[in-house]
Design a protein around this ligand. Structure first.
Ligand SMILES: Nc1ncnc2c1ncn2[C@@H]1O[C@H](COP(=O)(O)OP(=O)(O)OP(=O)(O)O)[C@@H](O)[C@H]1O
Ligand SMILES: [Mg+2]
Length: 496
């Protein structure tokens, strides 16, 4: 064992009723390195780190921490061993401050046993400052963006003296500027000798932040490489076991008549004076930073949230959309960014989720469609390569990316004239992305109008016919594809 080795996982095996999620996996983590875990949806990445964080028990295998064999039985024990994990869904309590969140359950008290607020705030400030974050530690964390909340979580992990920090898709909900912030913090951590296990589907960032990468495929380690000694092409090949390039398929859709027009749409505390049109066969990209109002706009059009003034015209007729049900009746589909709370019924099967007629969470009901429609659902499963042992597997047991694919399949199996995609490829692996782009193009060529909200600029540039950039709940600019560049989009997005 090399002496800068922090962690060794040996022949880790994990089975879930007949599904082999990890098959004799070996993994070595060195001191102060950022070690990337890479692999397609369902490859076993989250399962591996959940074994480390005590969330899952391995079926067999051995774990050595600092040369000593350990048995991680619970999340609390992992914490005591110096292993911290930041899940994609944040775990802070929204209405507590940063200081209260960090010291939750182990409050700093004075000699009378009363919480020492000053001391708590001082230590929190010091910790966050070390991470490069200067914020008010005394106000509810809900006031901060996701990137900042993530840093508060990191501070919490470090305050528990984490030597190993696990991040499972930390950037999937972040925009470019926030990713930069996070990376700066990771670099600081490395200097302090903390080792980071980092999971992401964004290949470009691996080369920016990673030291080594381990590729998993179907629960097996394909190999471990130094980042400086590999290429994107090689990694993709290792992941998918065939040649595949990251690309945006060409589309030849004809842009037709207007299908949606939004005029001066305004909410009292939300979107402000939004006007645009969408035509049949067109992909309209909406870019902007987190909180710029993109999702709020989508929710207003889909009838989830009310708007206070302005008009929506569908097929050139003024329409009042008061609820998602109205929107669905008007043949609008909305693929939300938040798959867990809005897209899926986790305790139902893959098949049931896809064939539910109405979104249960919206209507409270759902009934199973006819056989033919079930068959259509099966086609989507094949097309999107949803990794599931059977069609009857409960969605809750699928990997994160595969759950996202089910959300897509569920919506795409319904006929609509307008689709709003909010971060359609978040958390989806490279082969799945290309499939989704193909599907979007196919819809466009059938005359569907598509609004695509995305934080990934290459995706916006590669897929859109026209681009709208939002800033502070307003449209900051509309850019025709011809003149669009990442720089120009960012300029509008930050309001420059
Ligand atoms: N609790 C569970 N019960 C049954 N099967 C599970 C459970 N958790 C994970 N699996 C299965 O184990 C395999 C690996 O899943 P895992 O979540 O580790 O994938 P992943 O690499 O993190 O994928 P993604 O990129 O989509 O997040 C998948 O086939 C998944 O369906
Ligand atoms: Mg995962």
């Amino acid at each position: 064992m090399e002496d800068n080795t922090v962690l060794v996982m040996k022949r880790i095996r994990k089975e879930f009723q007949g599904v082999i999620a990890l098959n004799e996996v070996d993994f070595v983590l060195r001191k102060g390195e950022v070690h990337i875990l890479l692999g397609e949806n369902g490859a076993g990445k989250s399962t591996l780190v959940k074994i480390l964080s005590g969330a899952y028990q391995m079926t067999s295998g051995k774990i050595f921490l600092f040369n000593k064999q350990v048995n991680i039985k619970s999340p609390r024990q992992a914490q005591e061993l110096g292993i911290g994990i930041i899940y994609q869904e944040l775990n802070l309590i929204p209405y507590l401050s940063a200081a209260e969140n960090i010291f939750l359950g182990r409050e700093i008290t004075n000699k009378f046993g009363i919480i020492d607020k000053k001391e708590t705030l001082d230590s929190t400030n010091k910790m966050l400052k070390e991470l490069g974050l200067e914020i008010d530690c005394d106000i509810p964390v809900i006031n901060f963006g996701i990137a900042q909340q993530q840093m508060i979580e990191v501070a919490k992990a470090l305050s528990l003296d984490a030597k190993i920090l696990i991040m499972d898709e930390p950037t999937s909900a972040l925009s470019d500027t926030e990713v930069k912030q996070l990376f700066q913090m990771i670099r600081n951590l490395k200097q302090r000798g903390v080792s980071v296990i980092y999971i992401s589907h964004r290949l470009d960032e691996l080369f920016e932040i990673g030291d080594r990468v381990t590729v998993l495929r179907d629960g097996i380690v394909v190999g471990t490489k130094d980042i400086s000694d590999t290429t994107k092409t090689e990694l993709i090949k290792m992941m998918v076991n065939r040649e595949l390039t990251e690309h945006f398929p060409k589309r030849s859709a004809l842009i037709g008549e207007e299908i949606l027009r939004v005029e001066k749409l305004t909410q009292k505390n939300g979107i402000n004076d939004i006007s645009f049109t969408l035509n049949r066969g067109e992909v309209l990209g909406i870019a902007g930073l987190l909180g710029s109002g993109r999702t709020e706009l989508a929710r207003a059009i889909f009838g989830i949230d009310k708007y206070d003034s302005g008009n929506i015209y569908l097929r050139r007729k003024l329409q009042k959309i008061k609820s998602p049900k109205d929107a669905i009746n008007q043949r609008i589909g909305f693929i939300t960014e938040d798959r867990k709370s809005q897209g899926l019924v986790l305790i139902l099967s893959v098949k049931e989720n896809i064939s539910l007629t109405n979104l249960t969470s919206f209507s409270g009901f759902g009934f199973i469609k006819s056989k033919e429609e079930n068959k259509e659902a099966e086609e989507f499963i094949n097309r999107l390569k949803i990794k599931t042992p059977t069609l009857d597997q409960k969605v809750i047991y699928l990997s994160g990316g595969n759950q996202q694919k089910v959300v897509l399949a569920k919506w795409l199996s319904k006929k609509a004239d307008i689709f709003i995609f909010d971060e359609p490829t978040r958390g989806i692996d490279i082969a799945g992305k290309v499939e989704i782009y193909n599907l979007i193009n196919q819809l466009a060529s059938e005359g569907v109008g598509i609004i695509m909200i995305s934080s990934e600029l290459p995706e916006i540039l590669g897929m859109s016919d026209r681009i709208i950039v939002m800033n502070k709940k307003k449209i900051a600019g509309e850019i025709p594809l011809k003149s669009a560049t990442q720089e120009l989009i960012m300029k509008y997005a930050i309001g420059a």
